[in-house]
Design a protein around this ligand. Structure first.
Ligand code: NDP
Ligand code: HSE
Length: 445
């Protein structure tokens, strides 16, 4: 396998090709390698200089990897990144601790880094950005959010002159794949989870997807870039989809909604003009007529609202080997161009340093499904619990329940999270309420 172009070789100033090391040869890494080979001639022209793959670090050297010369592989990532002829390190291992160690070491050794690792970036962005600045190298991570969809580049560059108000969307392919299949085909959660795993969408630790942490990392990255404020995964309120049942999905359908796991990043402005940033991830009811409702399978979609640009929509493949490799390759080309021609990619911009909003102050609409006694006066008793907390009801629907109870489905107007939480606690203590079956937030109306 040749990875060096003999036809075009201004190299990186000293005539040497740009040296690339790939860490990881799994779903994403193997595709990066395949596409680097496939597009080599084009990439050399796009970079404006030759590049050469110096090695691929893996966990298990004994694994059979057809079509790739054995001598390229090593199980010593540290040794590979410290080679003098390596200029760009591509981290596609996953996890946090070990990639943190190697990425930091690479940056400190003066290598530009391209990573698809949202968990790493969301947890350690400050330290990594500082190391990149000190060494004067690039840190690229377009693939970390929504895989193939170019959304970080537009936030970093195209919208650098605008004022972003919100970034909202579906940023986790696995959960969208599962929720969409449960909604459209009635498929079981377990079957669809297994299929998502087979297709390579699911993280090594599946709870990262199911419990919303993967989407929370992406929300942190999006919010940081959108609002020029450091937002880490710890700043993101996060609920996953494990509590969403087939009954919730059916109930949503009959009310004209679909359930999506949304990441919502907003610039909030209080009555005194104080700005804060809110980033949250939770299952959300979306009207079936809303564009997000038709985002199916493992696709992702992100809406950005900016003051001057207005509304922008980004849609595409949010997971999988080749789509992710596309974004990684774009970053490799960017980093390699800078090695050949000089210059650096835009770095971290956190000058605005907006405070993170208290989650209790965030306002949303809610859809509450509960079982109540089927007797005169229950509706008034229940409604009083909401009005006591200043929550206004938008719709109240009573449906057939069992023999001695009725189902009450309430949609509220916008209310504070803290008021809603207190309301649910009071409802649970109200003798007329047998059970609060679900509380799901509502967007897009
Ligand atoms: P995989 O689990 O498929 O691959 C991980 C790779 O890392 C394997 O090749 C493994 O080696 C290698 N590895 C493990 N430990 C080490 C080590 N100590 N040194 C060197 N290599 C090691 O993961 P993915 O390719 O799916 O994901 C990689 C990254 O990309 C993650 O951060 C993920 O979040 C991100 N990402 C993934 C997407 C996807 O759809 N899959 C989409 C967007 C981002 P071995 O082959 O020997 O086991
Ligand atoms: N596990 C992730 C997802 C991969 O399902 O979206 C893409 O980041």
């Amino acid at each position: 396998m040749s990875t060096t172009s003999s036809t075009f070789n201004p190299g990186k100033g000293n005539g040497e090709p740009v040296g690339i090391a790939i860490l990881g040869h799994g779903t994403v890494g193997s595709e990066v390698l395949r596409l680097l080979n496939k597009y080599e001639d084009d990439l050399v022209h796009r970079i404006g200089g030759a590049f050469e793959l110096k090695g691929v670090a893996v966990g298990d050297l004994a694994k059979v990897r057809p079509g790739v010369p054995k001598e390229l592989f090593t199980d010593d990532a540290m040794e590979l990144i410290n080679r003098d002829d390596v200029d760009i390190v591509v981290e596609v291992i996953g996890g946090i601790d070990y990639p943190h160690e190697v990425v930091l070491a690479a940056l400190r050794a003066g290598k530009s880094v391209v990573t698809a690792n949202k968990a790493l970036v969301a947890a350690h962005s400050a330290e990594l950005a500082e190391a990149a600045d000190e060494a004067g190298v690039d840190l690229y991570f377009e693939a970390a959010v929504a895989a193939a969809i170019p959304v970080l580049g537009p936030l970093r560059r195209s919208l650098a002159g605008d004022r972003v108000l919100s970034v909202k969307g579906i940023v986790n392919g696995t959960t969208n794949f599962i929720l969409d299949a449960m909604d459209s085909t009635g498929a079981s959660y377990d079957d669809m989870f297994a299929e998502a795993q087979r297709l390579g969408y699911v993280e090594a630790d599946p709870s990262a997807d199911i419990d919303g942490h993967d989407a929370a990392s992406k929300a942190a990255i999006l919010a940081s870039l959108a609002f020029h404020t450091r937002v880490t995964s710890d700043d993101v309120y996060c609920e996953g989809i494990s509590n969403i049942s087939a009954t919730d999905i059916k109930a949503a359908q009959s009310a004209g909604y679909t359930i999506k796991l949304l990441a919502i990043c907003e610039r909030l402005i209080d009555d005194n003009g104080q700005e804060t940033v809110s980033a949250r991830v939770h299952p959300t009811l979306v009207p079936r007529s809303h564009p997000l409702a038709s985002v199916d399978k493992s696709f992702n979609a992100i809406f950005i609202e900016a003051e001057a640009a207005g509304r922008l929509m980004f849609y595409g493949n949010g997971a999988g080997g080749a789509p992710t490799a596309s974004a990684v390759l774009g970053d490799i080309v960017g980093a390699a161009r800078n090695k050949v021609h000089g210059g650096r990619a835009p770095g971290e911009s956190t000058y605005a340093s907006l405070p993170i909003a208290d989650f209790g102050d965030v306002e949303t609409r809610y859809h509450i499904d509960m079982e109540v006694d089927d007797r005169i006066g229950v509706l008034a008793e229940t409604a009083a619990v909401f009005s006591d907390r200043g929550i206004s009801l938008r719709t109240v629907r009573q449906e057939e329940g069992g023999e001695d109870h009725a189902r009450l489905v309430i949609v509220t107007h916008k209310a504070k999270e803290s008021d809603l939480a207190a309301t649910i606690e009071s409802l649970n203590n109200l003798p007329a309420v047998k059970a609060v079956n679900s509380v799901i937030r509502l967007e897009g109306e």
